[in-house]
Design a protein around this ligand. Structure first.
Ligand code: F6R
Length: 240
């Protein structure tokens, strides 16, 4: 595990964007796994700038988002599809046909999970996976549990995650209770992973992720077993 420190959230976004840009320059037809959430917003901002300045192009890149809320259509303002359109897709030269995100508003979610895994398999899996870190150690929406799912699946969100998401919805009833998420297997099969972690509130969970025992109760701890993972954080850690 390589750990890179950023001065603050702003430079974390810039450094993450440069890191991704380098990967695209090396491999213009990269398969890129993408997160939503507060942490990667800066990265999307700077990636957009690099694309608008003509330094990189997304014209051949294929993207796969990690997750989507069950019950929210792509035009719902709190859906992850909406977030991605607002922060990234609509701003860069990424063809619509190269964008993949699970749908949370279909009647047959099991079929949707299979469709998403098939699409992932057709491109040969993820080359570079960008991850955020949930306050409880979730990656994608793979929540703490007694087991880990390999493939795309529907997950019941934990009370902690529902509470953390509450700030984005008008009332607690409106917060989705389930999500469709890429499985831990697909994440771990990525050739390279970049984990972005920002803010003091994530200090404990980042310490557990890096130094704690590998456990399904802290899903992010499994990243210790990945052969090529970089952690980019603005939290200064005392290494073991
Ligand atoms: C979202 C996702 C989640 C977030 C995590 C951190 O697509 O995969 O695992 O990365 O919940 O979210 P923020 O960045 O808002 O703290």
């Amino acid at each position: 595990m390589e750990i890179i420190y950023a001065q603050d959230n702003l430079s974390l976004g810039q450094m993450a964007a440069r890191w991704v840009a380098r990967e695209i320059l090396v491999c213009p037809h990269l398969v890129l796994g993408l997160p939503t959430g507060s942490t990667p917003i800066g990265m999307y901002h700077y990636l957009t700038r690099l694309a608008q300045e003509g330094i990189i192009s997304f014209s051949q890149v294929r993207t796969f988002n990690l997750d989507e809320y069950v019950g929210l259509a792509a035009d719902h303002p709190q859906s992850y599809a909406f977030f991605m359109r607002e922060h990234f897709w609509s701003k860069v030269d990424l063809p619509n046909g190269n964008v993949n995100i699970p749908r949370g508003d279909v009647s047959n979610l099991a079929e949707e999970c299979r469709r998403y895994d098939d699409a992932l398999q057709r491109v040969g899996g993820i080359d570079v996976q960008i991850l955020g870190l949930g306050p409880n150690g979730h990656i994608g929406f793979n929540e703490p549990s007694h087991n880990m799912e390999i493939h795309t699946h529907v997950v019941d969100l934990t009370a902690a995650t529902i509470q953390a998401n509450r700030r984005f919805f008008p009332d607690s009833e409106a917060v989705p209770r389930q999500a469709v998420t890429m499985g831990v297997g697909s994440i771990m099969q990525a050739q390279k992973i970049l984990l972005l972690v920002s803010g003091e509130s994530k200090r404990d969970i980042l310490t557990k992720t890096i130094n704690g025992p590998v456990s399904t109760e802290v899903p992010s701890s499994i990243l210790q077993l990945h052969a090529d993972i970089t952690v980019l954080t603005d939290i200064k850690l005392n290494r073991r």
